[in-house]
Every structure is written in structure tokens, then in C-alpha cells.
Design a protein around this ligand. Structure first.
Ligand SMILES: [Zn+2]
Length: 149
């Protein structure tokens, strides 16, 4: 139990590019600005996942950082799940369009099968059913077949 408590302590870390980051409660932050007394930090998933999470730290304390959460994070986990699910759906759609354009829409079921192969159960939980994905892929393939003729 003590190790999980330790990770709750704020600390400074270096990003791969060498800039200073703040690590706190399993989140990491980039510094966005600072005043004489305070540093303002933004969640490192701001750009990639539009997370609005922000904290500020007090520069005046020698004993340690005081972290104040000014804006809560979005739900990183469900956000990542949705992104993962969208990738799979996009892949199925792209493959279906290719098949349709190449006049082989009968293979649609196979691309859905292979796209779903090895997908984590949690990700599968936010995806439409296999049947629904197949129907969507078939529609996409048909549309592509029409436009390519
Ligand atoms: Zn965040």
C-alpha cells in the first residue's frame, strides 16, 4: 500500500525532449506558464486527447510542492478506449472500401473477423456488435463498388 501512496507525491520529471514535467497521481503535466509564486501546468494528454486537466504548484514552498487542481481531467481511460475503438472501425471501413472498389465485397466478413481478432475485451465492449460492424462494412463496400464503376 505504501508504494501507491508514494506515487501520489508530486515530482519533477524530464520529458523525452528534455523539458520539465510534473508527475502527480499518475498524471503528467507540461508547464504552460509561471508567475513569481506559481507554476501552471497542463495535462500531457491535452493535445492528443483534449484533456482539460490543469494544476498549479506553489514555488514559494521549500518543503515541497503544493499542488492545486484547477481543472479536472477528462476520463483518460474511457477516452483511450473510444480512440482505440474508432481506430478499429476506421480500419474496417477503409478495408471495406478497398474491397468494394476492387469488386470483392464478398470478403467483407473476413476483414471484420480479422480486425476484431485479438481485440481486448474492454475495447470490444465499446464497439458495435460483430453483426453491426459487418453490416456497416458491407454498406461501405457497396457504396465504394458503385462509385468505382
Ligand atoms: Zn488529463
Amino acid at each position: 500500500m505504501s508504494s501507491s501512496h508514494e506515487s501520489d507525491e508530486p515530482s519533477f520529471v524530464r520529458s523525452q525532449k528534455g523539458s520539465q514535467m510534473l508527475s502527480y497521481k499518475s498524471y503528467t503535466y507540461y508547464k504552460i506558464r509561471e508567475s513569481l509564486t506559481t507554476c501552471f501546468w497542463r495535462c500531457s494528454l491535452y493535445k492528443s486527447h483534449k484533456c482539460p486537466g490543469k494544476v498549479s504548484t506553489d514555488k514559494s514552498t521549500r518543503s515541497g510542492l503544493i499542488v492545486k487542481i484547477t481543472t479536472d481531467h477528462n476520463d483518460h481511460f474511457s477516452h483511450l478506449l473510444k480512440i482505440e475503438a474508432r481506430k478499429i472501425r476506421n480500419k474496417i471501413k477503409d478495408d471495406a472500401v478497398n474491397l468494394g472498389a476492387n469488386g470483392r465485397p464478398v470478403l467483407v466478413k473476413q476483414i471484420v473477423d480479422s480486425a476484431l481478432e485479438g481485440v481486448d475485451e474492454i475495447v470490444a465492449g465499446v464497439l458495435p456488435t460483430h453483426d453491426a460492424l459487418t453490416r456497416q462494412a458491407k454498406r461501405a463496400a457497396k457504396r465504394a463498388a458503385k462509385t468505382s464503376n
